[in-house]
Ligand binder design. Structure first.
Ligand SMILES: Cc1cc2nc3c(=O)[nH]c(=O)nc-3n(C[C@H](O)[C@H](O)[C@H](O)COP(=O)(O)O)c2cc1C
Length: 176
């Protein structure tokens, strides 16, 4: 599929069937994340993948933003130490978060290509998730991506128009 059609096709899917996601598909999603751009190519992030229902339920209990019943959950974590060691405070506080957001988008686009639904989730208790998963202090959960086969695909929420979004276009080219 063409990139733009995948971009437009991707929806935040929150309700899923019970069908499990095959391991090779989950690995493909991780590959998609790995091929995301990364500031300084540092990739100061790690992913925790949960597939067991009871594990997902535990995270859900401390994550108001998980609305449905994902069959798999990816927890995208910033490696704050690695980010700080390589790029200082900006790396730790800004770049690592940007990297994770882009990696999450790659995961969601690849999920769409594979016929999976996905939803990026930020509304969750970061400290509680870190504790639950027994993560080291320097590993900070920043985004969740819920995954599964869509029960249904939601309608597209409206978008702002290009005219509304571009506030200034300094045009070039021969026809100006
Ligand atoms: C950074 C970020 C955080 C989000 N957090 C949540 C969340 O906590 N729960 C949720 O159901 N959706 C969440 N979403 C999904 C948005 O609600 C969704 O992208 C938006 O409504 C547009 O719909 P679409 O993704 O289908 O185009 C989040 C999206 C982003 C990019």
């Amino acid at each position: 599929m063409q990139v733009f059609s995948i971009i437009k096709k991707r929806r935040s899917v929150r309700f899923y069937t019970d069908e499990a996601i095959a391991e090779d598909k989950l690995k493909k999603l991780v590959e998609a994340a790995i091929w995301a751009p990364s500031a300084g190519n540092i990739h100061a992030w790690n992913i925790v993948i949960l597939e067991r229902k009871e594990d997902i339920e535990r995270v859900k209990a401390i994550s108001p933003g998980i609305l449905g019943n994902p069959t798999a959950l990816m927890i995208l974590c910033a490696d704050k130490r690695r980010a700080y060691d390589k790029r200082g405070e900006v790396g730790r506080d800004v770049l690592s978060i940007m990297d994770i957001a882009i990696a999450a988008q790659n995961i969601c686009l690849e999920a769409t290509e594979l016929g999976l639904g996905s939803c990026i989730i930020r509304s969750f208790n970061q400290d509680a998730v870190r504790e639950l998963l027994d993560l080291p202090k320097n590993i900070a959960p920043e985004l969740l991506v819920s995954l599964g086969y869509p029960r249904s695909i939601p309608n597209s929420p409206p978008r702002r128009t290009a005219e509304d979004t571009v506030i200034c276009w300094i045009k070039g080219g021969n026809d100006q």
